[in-house]
Design a protein around this ligand. Sequence first.
Ligand SMILES: Cc1cc2nc3c(=O)[nH]c(=O)nc-3n(C[C@H](O)[C@H](O)[C@H](O)COP(=O)(O)O)c2cc1C
Length: 219
Amino acid sequence: MKKVLVLDGSTRKLGNTSVLLQHFIDGAKNNSGNIEQVTAKEIDIKYCNGCLRCNLIKRCSIRDDDWEDLSKKIDEADVLVFASPIYFHYVTAPLKNIIDRFRSFVHVQITETGLIHTPVKEWNKDFVLLLSMGSSDDKDAQPVIDLFEYMKKVLGENNRIHVIKATRLAVIKQVQKTEEELKELYPKLKLDENLAKEDFRKNQEILSKCYELGKELTK
Ligand SMILES: Cc1cc2nc3c(=O)[nH]c(=O)nc-3n(C[C@H](O)[C@H](O)[C@H](O)COP(=O)(O)O)c2cc1C
């Protein structure tokens, strides 16, 4: 049975990220009973202190927080889900905090021409990015996608990245609002209410993609 670990970077409960995530989890539940969800802002993860001792001891040197437990779960997961609203073209701070600690999964060697990364263990995982943003243009999420392309390079080309982006979302649970609800909401956001019909269709499609991806990756 595939193991799924969700790293939820949401800062508000019942936001659009949570809705995307719930659809992914509902899809995954068709095939797996082994789905664990961690809310980044609710666990105790210290900032990476930059000591780089992980290069020598092959684990993080910080021992007085939840990283040891979380890193074990990350290590065992087949599917690793990173869910985040886009904040200033990036993931939220609690999620970035976790990502920095991934440094301890990799040995880094400095050479004259650049860095050589060697994962401490071989990784063969599906990375899922569920990203929710306010902009109508999904380019705002590009730095996050670039980050994960880099992670794949560092952690091994066997890893696979799947991205679902949801745009033009501001208020809680907007992504699952009906066409009529969007029509009522949009003037308040100074958006043309004529966008509601197409956005409703697009949002429904995104939610069903989340569900299908959850199902597909746990087969
Ligand atoms: C601090 C902050 C920074 C944000 N930066 C961006 C941004 O750079 N690009 C963007 O499209 N939306 C941005 N947004 C909007 C959120 O990404 C968007 O409303 C998202 O759907 C919220 O997700 P949630 O409903 O799960 O909380 C920002 C919101 C906040 C609070």
